[in-house]
Every structure is written in structure tokens, then in C-alpha cells.
Write a new protein. Sequence first.
Length: 621
Amino acid sequence: MRGLAFMMLAACLANACGGSSGGGDDTPATGDTPSPEASILIGAVQGTGPISPLEGRTVTVRGVVTGDFQDNDADDQSNLGGFYITGLPDPDINSSDGIFVFDGNNPAVDVDVGDNVSVTGEVVEFFGETQLHVDSVSVVGRGQVQPASLFNTVDTALNSDGDPIPDFERFEGMLVRFTNTLTVSDTFGLDRYGEVRLAEGGRIFQFTNSAAPSVDGFADYRRETARRTIILDDGRRDLSVRPVRYLRPDKPLRVGDKVESLTGVLRYSRGSGDAGAETWRLMPTQTPVFARTNPRPPAPNPGGTLTVAGINLLNFFTSIDDGDPTCGPGGDSGCRGADSPEEFQRQLAKSVAQLVAIDADIVGLIEIENNSSESLVALVQALEDKGLNYDYIDTGIIGGDSIKVGLIYKPDSVAPSGDFAILDQSVDARFIDRKNRPVLAQTFRQLSNDAQFTIAVNHLKSKGSDCDDVGDPNRNDGQGNCSLTRTGAAQAMGEWLAGDPTGSGDGDVLIVGDINAYTMEDPLTALADAGYVNLTATLQEAESYSFVFRGASGALDHALANESLAAQVTGALDWHVNADEPRLIDYNLEGDRDPAWFDGDEPYRSSDHDPLVIGLQLTTQ
């Protein structure tokens, strides 16, 4: 796989092809012009490594301004406290000919792109970026710089966290152009940090979404995806800049959209948002034009006579998260949902819009407040206000977490058959319920023909925090934290369901929920060994995904049927209305959200997970 590659364009200073001091008027706009003999090449300042060989020294360099990001710039969408310049090419191709000039707030000299400047200042390493902190700036004429680009496959380097990143060191601070097509791979940091993660070669998928866990394979995957990735920044130091660059209410930027001919200056800086430690960013000098190549999908139609859905509601709590830790069965788990009544109404509207659009007969709900029934009642009542008749399985509190799984259903099409059943550690020691949320199983009867099946809703341990306390470390094979914990729970679930825990006498079983494991990981292998078919992975034409994390898409949410039920499945899909959407349009109000972005009648970004939709043609045979 090629890395970020381009045709090589000569980084030629149009006014310096012979060493002249500048094209046009050589009179400085302000300050004294150092003599040419006092200047050194920018390449000598940059050197060939990550640290300047002249760090701490005061030097004078000459160059043409390629990126104007001064604090006094009239363009309030470009503000980094300085500007970028490119000088005469250095004989060593491994040293950069560009550099960032930091002149702070209210600089004495207001430069423009194309100004030929002489800069005197101290060489400083600022979180890995070589900079000049100015003593003086003089404009000595005008010039022009053509964008440079890489001419072969990019290698990788490691940042301060030990993560692989593309090795752009010899292009640090230079003007470059991406002549190939890049794909939006993540917009998580767009709202607050003004950053969009881009990738060469199309959407990036999680390693274990299509490959078996492997330490060596995962290491190779990380290096390969690093070569393909660049972060497009908005050129601002401020947080939550409004209006948000790269985003329009009529055309929301989605993961999978494309951009071509991207031009800007390369900066190595601290990570922000979801970007982690220091990495490479492109500060745009021309407005990027995105092609909306991943349009919003229509309402799902999986076929069959019965529709079942699995939906993660992103911490749907009727208790307001006002800082008082009163949520959860023990009263001390803390609330996780809306921070105000207004946010709750927005969250409720989005959640209901998603449920109305899917119009499922049975819905397995993930991440709802673990209260007696208030969270389910709120949803059912809101759906009734929309003209839809739903009821809920009244389980009360399940387990000890502040969130649980739940079930709602249409009593006009199905009816519960017998009592629900719960899988927790008291049933099987392998199911560690202080890590995994207990599984809820319920058998339903289709009223039209009395056919039955059992649905099991799950939410297994996340990858976010470790399980070292139960002897389950991250093995660095692509499965993240707690793989053994999830696998044990999956094994327990398979055996439990084989024993007909609801006493239905019917062998048809459907598992839906957030397994928190990608398609090829051990928990899914355990369920395959138990006789379950991964429906969304096998019935969709495209690779399955329901979640986007740090620029990689993957399926954490799964719908699995045992052999007898799989023959009655008419369709299964991930409905991509959430994972690809920017979080700016969700229910939250932090960060001075623009009301124009929110539409409570639309399902988009009602959660961070895509819903699963399954069609069934149940038979009584």
C-alpha cells in the first residue's frame, strides 16, 4: 500500500533562483534588512533530525511567506500566532526548507502571503516543531513558492507516545499540495478543535474488522495506516470556533466524503481532541472543497414480516447529569446522559426520530439508565405521541452498573412469551458482571402466525479501560483491553442460550447488541463456534461497521442468529445515520452549539453507534 504520495513539484522561489535578495522593491517595509552574508539557509536551521542543531541560538533567515496565520490577520479563521516561510533550497534533501515564525499577539509587522521577508529570532523546539521566535521581521520584496510534495512512499516515525506517524520531517513547515484524493476518516475533533482526519486510499477499517488478532499483524497495520493519514486543521488556536470551518448545515461533512488538491503548510504539533500526542497537521492556505460522496442513507428496509433492531442510545438517562452522583443502583455511579432538561428533550427527540424511522416491531436498547422503568417509559410515551404503540419489558434494575440493556416492542404485532431471563455472574462465573452488563433474553410470539423466537440483548465490556485486575491485559494484538473478559462472556452467553433460559421450547435465537469487539475478534469467534451467524457481516455487500474511532471504522455492534433462525432472516444492515455524522449535530449543547445545526425530527447523530436492523420471515416449522 502506498503512503501519502504526490508528484514532485519544484519548491522554487521565483525571486531567488540565483540568490537575489528579492523581486520587485527591495526596500523593507519596516526595520533593518540584515545583509545577505548574515543570513543562513532555513535547511541549516531545520537540520535532518527532529531537533534543530541550532536550538537556542539566534539566527537570521530569508524566505517567502507561504502561510499567514498571524494573530492580527483580518481572516479570523487563521490564527496561530505567526506565519510560515520557505527559503532557498538546501543542498541536503533530507532537511526542510520551511519554518514557522512565531511572533505572538499583536506582531509589529503584518505580513502577507508572497512577502519576501528577513527574520531574526531564536531557534526554539515547541512540542517537536522547530520554530523561530522573532526579534525582528523585515519585508524586503515579493516572491512566490510552488507547493512541494513527496515523490515516493512515506516512511513512518514515532511520536512522544510511541505511536507511528507519517515521517514528514523533511517537509516540516513547507507548502505542500496533495494531488491525490483523500477520504474523510474521522470528524470527532471538528466541533471543538477544528480538525478533520483524512486518509489516502479510502476509508480505513479497524485491523480486526477483517483480520484475525495478531501482534505482528497489528503492528504492521498501525504503521500502514499511519502512512495513509494526515490531519486537516482549521488553522486556529482557539477552541470551538464559530462558524465551524469545513461544515455547512445544508451539507454536513460525513466520514467517507472526499477532498482533492489539498494545499497548505505542514505542521508538527501537539495532538488535540482524539488525535493523541504530537502528529502532523496540514494548515490550509486554500479553502478545501469536499465532495459529498457518502450521502445519507434512506430509511432501512430489511424485508420480511417482522423487523428487529438493536440500538445504542448513547447513555439515555431520565436523571439529569447535574453533577450530583445519584444515578445507578447503588446511588453513587454517576449520571451519564443529558446535563440539563433542555439537553434531555433534545436527546429524546433524536432518539425517537431514529426509532420512528426504523419502525421496528422489537427493539433491543443499549445504554439506557439502569432505573426501575423510567427510561423505558419515557421512550414509549414519546413514541405514543408520534402515533406509534409500543410497550416495554419491565425488568426493573439489572445488575450494578448505572446503564443496562432493555426491550421495547409493538404489542399489535408481537407478544412476550413467558418471562424474561438474565445472564450474570450468578448464572455463569465466566460472565463477569462488574465488567460486562448482564444479558437480557425474552421470547416473543408473532401474532400473525404464532411463530416464536428468542432475542438476547447484550452490552459487553468496552475497550476503553483495562481489565488488569482480573488478569486480562491488553495483548497488543488489535483487540484492545479486556478481550478475555468479553470472550468469557460470549462463551457463557452461547451456552446459556443453548439451554433455553426463557423456557420457550423454541430453538430460534437472535443476539443483538454492543459486543465491543470487531468482527474477527475472539468473542465473535466464540459465538461462531457456538453456531451463530454474524448477519451484518455476511448479508451486506460492503464491509460492516457501526462505529468510528480515531480514524478507523469497524463493527462493534452485531446481530447474530443461530442456524435455525438464520434461514428465516430476509436482511440485515448497519444503518449509517450516526457513526459517519459529525457530533456537532447531536443533542449536546456544550461549546456554544449553533441551534441551526440541530433538527430533532431527524435521526442523524442520535448516537455515536449505528443501529442494526434485521428482517425476519418467521415460520412455525
